[in-house]
Design a protein around this ligand. Structure first.
Ligand code: HEC
Length: 107
């Protein structure tokens, strides 16, 4: 009896522990899928005009993650793509990983 009482009082803690153990693993795998998806979107709709020179030039106007997001949103409007937030995010993650390397905590 004493045993089952103490288990049930630790049970919520146990659940919380499990949730925190799972979240980072899931977040990681989503990141990789997002980057792959962003790469495809970018390759299909954006790359025709820019090759690596565009994003790595010294005088890039992109100084912060917000600049980059704004620019992606601007270009998808220009191309009439009606991207959702998820699409913009995926391209953001791809370009960031590939060229800009903003810190994760800045995102
Ligand atoms: C019609 C050609 C064209 C297309 C299509 C195009 N871009 Fe661009 N992009 C440019 C040119 C030219 C520049 C440089 C001028 C400028 O900075 O606005 C640029 C600049 C950028 C920059 C800033 C680069 C830097 O570091 O200064 C980003 C980010 C960008 N484009 C993202 C995109 C995305 C995302 C798409 C697809 C939705 C896209 N572009 C489609 C021509 C294009």
């Amino acid at each position: 009896m004493a045993n089952s009482t103490s288990f049930s009082s630790y049970y919520p803690m146990f659940l919380i522990f499990i949730v925190f153990a799972i979240i980072p693993a899931t977040a990681n795998s989503i990141d990789i899928a997002d980057i792959e998806r962003g790469k495809l979107l970018y390759g299909n709709y954006c790359k025709e005009c820019h090759d690596p020179w565009r994003h790595s030039r010294q005088e890039s106007e992109i100084k912060t993650p917000t600049d980059l997001k704004r620019r992606i949103i601007g270009w998808q409007v220009h191309k009439n793509l009606s991207w959702q937030a998820q699409d913009v995010n995926d391209v953001y993650h791809y370009l960031n990983q590939q060229y800009y390397h903003f810190n994760r905590t800045q995102q």
